[in-house]
Ligand binder design. Structure first.
Ligand SMILES: Cc1cc2nc3c(=O)[nH]c(=O)nc-3n(C[C@H](O)[C@H](O)[C@H](O)COP(=O)(O)OP(=O)(O)OC[C@H]3O[C@@H](n4cnc5c(N)ncnc54)[C@H](O)[C@@H]3O)c2cc1C
Length: 392
């Protein structure tokens, strides 16, 4: 039997989950293409800068994953993608034809003047190691000013990534405290948003405010960054925040590789899809995860677990379509929520926002180890060494 060829672009949360689910159906040939040899587990990478987690502990080798889960893996960069004619071009010039195309290449980052003077935990994974080195130098010096912040995308509120900024700041605070040198450091969170974290709801924001006071963390809110300098940040009112180390999470935007494709993009450059993740105006072409334009409530956010829901749905919907099964296609919209265990270095807070609830539940000590345990579960269950817990 001629097997349908499904090509998945990207080996992150969305691409890997789609590949695992589709490869279970032996009548598909599934190929995952990623420009990295590993899947990077961003949620647990927050401990790399403070040295609490090794860089390598946050990687899942894609070659090994593909062998265990029965799909093909190509370590290549996709440089062009054409959904109408169903082919793509790799950066080595090779052309690949397919029957189904699933785009899961994550998001691009919005640029700010002087961003070469910043480091990020949300861009290239290796930058976490650069932050680690810079932190070690400041610790050796015994004092310093550290600014952690994130940008916004005025065209798409769901494209902001603030959570990891809070987590990193709390972890740096607790690390310096453990070393007995916290009082010699100034730690500041900056954001153009007047109330960062507001989409979590009022109660969680009030609790966070208390946490900031108790940790003596400074705030520079409601000002846009005009320029990053080597020794600080200039805001749009021309005020300056002096800083020896600037850790900045740019807002998400469209992906540069989509410039050479025929996919429909919104104003921010995200791929336009319907509730079944089908790319608008195309047949058998899907976009999932951070690369796609999300629909849903005003407070929605691009998150890993939403990327996985989209991936599972697409796998189901392709199976329904191929087998002409009498089932309704799955929509991702009613799965939209914000869910995270926000680590503080000595505990964590469980955060949940959905249509009905706005919860921030402090989880002292135990929460920190729970998130660590989740990281191990995530890795081993993806590799198929332990069973998946439904819904996780
Ligand atoms: C520090 C941090 C902490 C986070 N914590 C949480 C959390 O606690 N909970 C949560 O739900 N979410 C969290 N997130 C968000 C979550 O990581 C993202 O929503 C998720 O990674 C999106 O998955 P994705 O597959 O769409 O994109 P990605 O994970 O970014 O994967 C994209 C993949 O595509 C590949 N790629 C890109 N371009 C090409 C190309 N041209 N050719 C081939 N391959 C390509 C990349 O190498 C990568 O493998 C966090 C994010 C960060 C940065």
């Amino acid at each position: 039997m001629l097997r349908k060829h499904i090509v998945i672009l990207g080996g992150g949360f969305a691409g890997v989950e789609a590949a695992i689910n589709l490869a279970k159906e032996r009548y598909f040939k599934v190929t995952l293409i990623s420009n990295r040899p590993y899947m990077y587990i961003y949620p647990t990478s927050i401990w790399v800068p403070t040295g609490e987690s090794k860089f390598s502990s946050n990687l899942i080798p894609l070659k090994k994953l593909a062998e265990r889960r029965n799909f093909n893996f190509l370590e290549e960069e996709v440089s062009e993608f054409f959904g109408t004619e169903k082919y793509l071009i790799l950066s080595n010039g090779e052309k690949i034809d397919f029957d189904y195309g699933i785009v899961a290449i994550g998001a691009g980052k919005l640029k700010t003047k002087g961003s070469e003077n910043t480091l990020s935990i949300c861009s290239e994974p290796e930058e976490a190691l650069d932050i680690q080195k810079r932190l070690e130098l400041l610790i050796a010096k015994g004092s310093g000013k550290i600014a952690v912040g994130f940008g916004t995308n005025p065209k798409d509120k769901s494209a902001v990534r603030g959570g990891p900024g809070f987590e990193l700041l709390f972890n740096i605070h607790n690390n310096l405290k453990r070393l007995g040198i916290r009082d010699s450091f100034e730690l500041t969170l900056f954001s153009p948003n007047p109330v960062p974290g507001a989409r979590m709801g009022k109660k969680p924001v009030a609790i966070m405010e208390k946490m900031f006071k108790s940790m003596n963390l400074k705030q520079r809110y409601g000002k846009r960054v005009k320029e990053f300098l080597e020794d600080g940040i200039i805001f749009d009112d021309d005020s300056k925040l002096d800083s020896d180390l600037i850790i900045y999470i740019p807002a998400n935007g469209g992906h540069k590789n989509l410039l050479k494709s025929d996919l429909p993009l919104d104003d921010s450059g995200f791929v336009k899809i319907n509730e079944f993740c089908e790319v608008q105006g195309f047949e058998n072409i899907y976009a999932i995860g951070d690369v796609a334009k999300l629909e849903g409530p005003d407070w929605k956010a691009k998150q890993g677990h939403i990327a996985e829901v989209m991936a599972k749905n697409v796998a189901k919907n392709i199976v329904i379509q191929e087998n002409v099964l009498p089932f309704k296609k799955e929509s991702y919209i009613h799965h939209i929520n914000i869910l995270c265990v926000m680590d503080t270095g000595n505990g964590a807070a469980f955060l949940l926002r959905d249509d009905k609830r706005q919860i921030l539940l402090p989880m002292p000590i135990f929460g920190h180890w729970l998130k660590k345990a989740w990281g191990l579960y995530f890795k081993w269950s993806k590799l198929g060494y332990i069973p998946r817990i439904p819904g996780m």
